[in-house]
Design a protein around this ligand. Structure first.
Ligand code: DC
Length: 244
C-alpha cells in the first residue's frame, strides 16, 4: 500500500456456480469459498437427501405430495467456516449416505419432479440474503438466483468427469466399474439437461470455465480470480474505486 492510498473496502458478492455432475462445483466451490472467506452451499445435497429419504421410505417419483413433505425433514448444516456441505435427514447426518452410488442412480429422476423443485426454491433463495456466498447447483444462475452478481458454469467432458469420479472411489480408470460410472454419468447428464423444469444449462450471462486437464488447484485459482475480478467490478459500480 502506498503512503497516500487508503484501504479499499472489499465488496462481497453472490456467486452462482452451475455445472454437470462431477464437474467440481462442490469441491472447487468450497475451496474457493475458504480462500475468499465466503460461505458456500452445495444445493445438490438437498436433492440427494430428499431422494435418499424417499428411497428409505419407499416413496416413488409420482407420489408428489409425500415427496414434497420430505423437504421439511431435510436440513443443511454449516461447518465452522459457514460452508453448507453437510445434510441432515430427520436429525441425522446422512452426508456420506447421500453421496453413495444408490443415490447417484436415483437422484436425477427425483430431481425432475417440478413440485419438489418448487418446494426447494425458497430454501435456496434465502441463502443469498447475505452476500459473500457461493451457491453451487444445476439451475442456480438460470432459476434460483437469476440476479446473482456472478454466474460461473463449470464445464468438463463426461470422460474427464467419469475419470475423476473413478479416482475418488479408488477404481482403476479402465475397469468395468469405471465404464459403468461413465455410462451412469451420460444417463444423468441426459436427464438433468433434458428435463422440462429448470434443465441444466449455462445462463446466457455465465462465464464458462472449461476444466478438462486442469488440476483441482488450477480450477480453484481460476474460480477465485474470476470472483475477485467480479468483486472489483461491483466495487467500481458502487462508486468505491479506492482512489484517494
Ligand atoms: O451436484 P450433484 O451431483 O450432487 O446433484 C445431484 C442431483 O441433484 C443432480 O442429478 C441434479 C440435482 N440438482 C438439481 O436438479 N438442481 C440443483 N440446484 C442441484 C442438484
Amino acid at each position: 500500500m502506498t503512503k497516500h492510498s487508503r484501504p479499499t473496502t472489499r465488496v462481497r458478492i453472490v456467486v452462482a456456480v452451475d455445472g454437470p455432475s462431477s464437474s467440481g462445483k462442490s469441491s472447487v466451490g468450497a475451496e474457493a469459498a475458504r480462500r475468499l472467506g465466503y460461505r458456500f452451499c452445495d444445493t445438490g445435497l438437498l436433492y440427494r437427501a430428499v431422494s435418499w429419504l424417499a428411497m428409505e421410505r419407499g416413496i416413488a417419483h409420482d407420489q408428489t405430495a409425500a415427496l414434497v413433505r420430505l423437504v421439511d425433514d431435510v436440513k443443511l448444516v454449516a461447518d465452522a467456516r459457514g460452508r453448507l456441505r453437510h445434510v441432515e435427514a430427520s436429525g441425522r447426518d446422512v452426508t456420506a449416505e447421500v453421496r453413495g452410488p444408490a443415490v447417484d442412480r436415483a437422484v436425477s429422476d427425483y430431481s425432475k419432479v417440478p413440485e419438489l423443485r418448487a418446494a426447494l426454491v425458497p430454501l435456496q433463495r434465502a441463502l443469498a440474503d447475505e452476500a459473500g456466498i457461493i451457491v453451487a447447483g444445476r439451475d442456480i444462475g438460470t432459476v434460483i438466483l437469476p440476479d446473482a452478481d456472478l454466474k460461473i458454469y463449470l464445464f468438463a467432458s463426461p470422460e474427464e468427469r467419469a475419470r475423476r469420479r473413478a479416482a475418488q472411489r479408488r477404481l482403476s480408470a479402465n475397469g468395468t466399474q469405471a465404464r459403468g460410472i461413465l455410462e451412469d454419468m451420460l444417463r444423468r447428464d441426459a436427464i438433468d439437461s433434458g428435463r422440462q423444469t429448470a434443465p441444466l444449462r449455462a445462463a446466457e450471462d455465465a462465464i464458462v470455465l472449461t476444466t478438462d486437464g486442469n488440476t483441482f488447484q488450477q480450477t480453484v485459482s481460476q474460480v477465485v480470480r474470476t470472483i475477485r475480478q467480479a468483486e472489483k467490478r461491483a466495487r467500481a459500480a458502487n462508486g468505491e474505486t479506492g482512489a484517494p
